[in-house]
Design a protein around this ligand. Structure first.
Ligand SMILES: NC(=O)c1ccc[n+]([C@@H]2O[C@H](COP(=O)([O-])OP(=O)(O)OC[C@H]3O[C@@H](n4cnc5c(N)ncnc54)[C@H](O)[C@@H]3O)[C@@H](O)[C@H]2O)c1
Length: 312
């Protein structure tokens, strides 16, 4: 891939798992990248890691990409003159609060100040800032240099125009964005992931199934399905003529009751029915099912042609 210089500079603060992934991606996309970390002598490892990850991005001239990357040991120097700061420090609110106060103090006034946080809301990140509305979330999925999605979220008082600038920034560098209507701890991806993992831990903890069988069951069922379509389209397709409302009334409500979950209110059900019909009209179900099945077959093929290593 030809590296086209974007003439923009990004500071990647925190050069661990996600920071190195972001640095590799931004460098390959032609941004100047200022990496910084507090760990003494981190540069050597970070350089190797960033170039290894850059090489995983198809058709990359790694040497050229690495020319875009500079290493710093202070936030003050790393964020000077940048267009965007991507924070990747540990998931500790005290550390992130100090970082955001530093970004506000040392980065240009027009710079976008963004955290990769997996679940800390902007109101918590920005507690030490003079203008807390500047704190934004740009939460990637690991590995950030390969998976295109970024979950975006501003604070309660963040101007819509600032969120739109961030959406545009990520879209311009080839990422797919999803913006939350309002902040919530864990955002969407990790609330979904954590709910599933909590139940998986509970099932193994109770001796219902072991770790390997749970993983196998998951990969052969929900893993295939959810790599193809989301849970609401799944329900719309699974409910026959009744769509999502049908499957909820016929199956989900008794499952909820037997597991002791709070029942779904009529208002929520009405809203879900309205939205599922709006986004997945019943007269298009055949077309949706066809794509679902093609995708599911492709995922099954990939699983078969890339078997997991065995312990023998
Ligand atoms: N690992 C994942 O799967 C994943 C996915 C999405 C988002 N995230 C989020 O990304 C962030 C980073 O996670 P990670 O897994 O890369 O963590 P990590 O522990 O691998 O990296 C954190 C880095 O921050 C550095 N650091 C600590 N204090 C610092 C400071 N004051 N200034 C600069 N650097 C400092 C550490 O030395 C370390 O290199 C977290 O907020 C995490 O929730 C992680």
């Amino acid at each position: 891939m030809m590296i086209k210089n974007k003439e923009q500079t990004v500071a990647v603060v925190g050069a661990g798992v996600i920071g190195c992934s972001w640095a590799a991606y931004y460098a390959v996309k032609g941004y100047k990248v200022n990496v910084s970390d507090v760990k003494e002598g981190y540069q050597e490892n970070a350089r190797v890691r960033i170039s290894t990850l850059a090489a995983e991005i198809p058709n990359t001239d790694v040497e050229k990409a690495m020319e875009q990357v500079s290493f710093f040991t202070s936030i003050k120097e790393a964020v000077k003159g940048v267009d965007l700061v991507q924070e990747n420090g540990p998931e500790r609110v005290d550390i992130k609060q100090q970082m955001f106060a530093d970004f506000e103090g040392f980065a240009p006034e027009k710079a976008l100040l963004v955290s990769s946080s997996s679940g800390t809301v902007p109101a918590d990140l920005s507690a030490k800032m003079v203008a807390p509305e500047r704190a934004l979330i740009g939460h990637p999925a690991n590995p950030a240099h390969l998976l295109p999605v970024v979950e975006i979220c501003g604070g309660q008082n963040t101007p819509r125009a600032l969120v739109e600038r961030l959406e545009k920034f990520y879209r311009d560098c080839g990422r797919v964005t999803a913006t939350l209507n309002k902040p919530i701890e864990g955002f969407v991806i990790n609330r979904l992931q954590t709910s599933l993992l909590r139940e998986a831990i509970h099932l193994v903890g109770e001796g219902v199934v072991n770790v390997k069988d749970l993983d196998s069951l998951f990969m052969a069922s929900l893993g295939v399905r959810w790599a193809s379509i989301g849970p609401f389209l799944t329900g719309q397709l699974g409910g026959g003529e009744g769509g999502f409302r049908g499957i909820t009334e016929n199956i989900l409500s008794s499952l909820f009751a037997s597991m002791g979950f709070e029942s779904i209110s009529i208002e929520t059900l009405d809203m879900l029915e309205q939205q599922t019909n709006q986004f997945y009209p019943m007269d298009k179900m055949k077309a949706f099912a066809k794509v679902r099945d093609e995708r599911q077959k492709a995922v099954l093929e990939i699983q078969k042609s890339h078997p997991l290593p065995t312990n023998d």
